[in-house]
Structure formats: C-alpha cells, structure tokens
Design a protein around this ligand. Sequence first.
Ligand SMILES: *[C@@H]1O[C@H](CO)[C@@H](O)[C@H](O)[C@H]1NC(C)=O
Length: 305
Amino acid sequence: MKLLIALALVSFAVGAFSQCACQSSKWALCDDNPCQCKLLVGDNDKVDVDCTKLIPKCFLMKAQMRRARKGMDTRTIGGKPVETAFVDNDGVYDPECEATGKFKAKQCNGTEECWCVNSAGVRRTDKGDKGLKCEEVVETYWMRLQMVHKELPTEVKENDLKTGIENAFLSRYQLPKNFVDKIEYDKDSRMVIVDVKKEIGDRKIDLAPFGWYIEKDIKELPQFLKGDNFEASVGGQKMQMEKILVYYVDEKAPTFTMKHLTGGVIAVIVVVILAVVAGLLVLYFLRRREQARYSKAQPREMDNM
Ligand SMILES: *[C@@H]1O[C@H](CO)[C@@H](O)[C@H](O)[C@H]1NC(C)=O
C-alpha cells in the first residue's frame, strides 16, 4: 500500500518535472509523453502547434487577443533568464563572513535554522537545522536586473539605452562594460532588463557588491555617501529607475525542493493518492465478498454429502 502510493507519487513527480517546452512560443501549453504543445486561441479553443517552427501569425494574434481580453501579460520580455534562476525572498539577515568579506557557505542568522548561500549571500537551498552541510559557496555568475524607468519626455532608443546603462554602471559601480551582456527594453511597460554576466569560473570580479549597491540605489536607500539617485544618461535624457527585481543564476543549479509544487499540482497529487486508496479499498472489499461466498458455499456441499 505504502509502496503503491510512493510509486504513484514518484511517477507523477517525474511527469510534472520533465521538460516539454515550446521553443517558438512561451504562451503554448505542453503535455509530455509524447511532447505536444497547444496554443489557447479562444476560451475553449486550442490548436496544436509545431514548436520547432514559427507558429502561424493568425494563431498568435488570436492568442494575444485572448490574453489581452483576460488582462494577461503580453509583454515579451522579462521573467527568469533560465529555469534555474531564483530571487531573494528572504531579504537581509545577519551573515557570517570570511576575513576577505566573502559569505560563508552556511548561514544561520544567529538561530538554529541554517541554509546554504551563493556568493551573493542569497539562499539557494531549503532551510535545515544546524547540522546542514554546505560544501562550498557556489558562485553567482549572472544577475538579471529587471527594472522600470521613470517616465521620460521623449522615446528611448535601444542603442542609446545600452550605452547609457554601460556608462552609468562603469562610473557608479566600476563595473567593466563587457559585463553588461544584454539589454532588453519594452517601451509600453518602461521595462529595462539588463543581464550582467561573467565567464563561468571567473573569480576576479564579485558581482555581489554590485547587486547590493544597485538595489539600494533604486530602492532609494543609497549606500553611497553622496546620496544622489542612480541615473543613466540615455540619448541626452536623464533616466532614473523606480523598481528593481534581481534574478540570480549560479554556476550550479540551486537545490530548493517542492518549490514547483504549487496549489494546482498539489491538488492533482492529492487526487492521485485518493484514487489509489479508493482502488485498493474496492479491491479489498471485492476479495472479502469472494471469501464470504466461498465460506458460505462450503457447508452446503457438506450437507449434500
Ligand atoms: C534574521 O533574524 C532577524 C531577527 O534576528 C529577522 O528579523 C530576520 O527576518 C531573519 N532573517 C532570515 C532570513 O531568517
């Protein structure tokens, strides 16, 4: 019985986590085994799509209209840079530091509850007790800054934006320009996405302080003595930011567990367990009835004799 439930759970979990994603549209919904993706083009209207090819524009337009009607996000930028990226949900704690100023791998915030952090001091494991082992500090080599700029009188050109951001990061945070990997911009939401990335294995520059300073600056609690706001000169305009969200990507994937098991998935697991239990109960009662019939039949045969 226990084994059966465990098996059902494991097979379900494997199904839920195996990746079947649609390269040609992030709006598509995919099922595994075999991998088949569909696009919702109306409230009860799905079409099969081939994710290795561009999806017909008409379907995409329909899908976009449906999303717009639903007030869903139709922006095409933003979000996690990769599946293994994560954000800092804990905020500030009282860390243990090396003499060099680097984070120790294991952090307990002065309590009995501990966790492992990356080189930016952000938790990358579940919380455990004091016995938790953290082998090493895993390096954060990529940070995605998702920011919103304050309104500007004239439209922003993407080329000016890249130059402006690179210059501002260099002069304000001494971040060499080649660490600004990619910039994306969505003018309707005023969203600016900057990927700050170094080579895997590079230990010459630590991205952690940069992340701290820019977050403080944009949250208007500047760390610098000169308390002026972060500002990038973009095509002659002074661009300021009003929101920031940072995604961290480490050289090794984090080891959070059960994080993906949000409401819907948990509900499905519960249903699966209930179905297994119900099935077993039915089997049990059927067998009992069979046995009862058999033991009733016995004496009659004896009578005949
Ligand atoms: C660390 O401890 C302080 C109080 O001592 C608490 O306010 C804070 O939320 C804790 N942070 C974490 C991440 O546990």
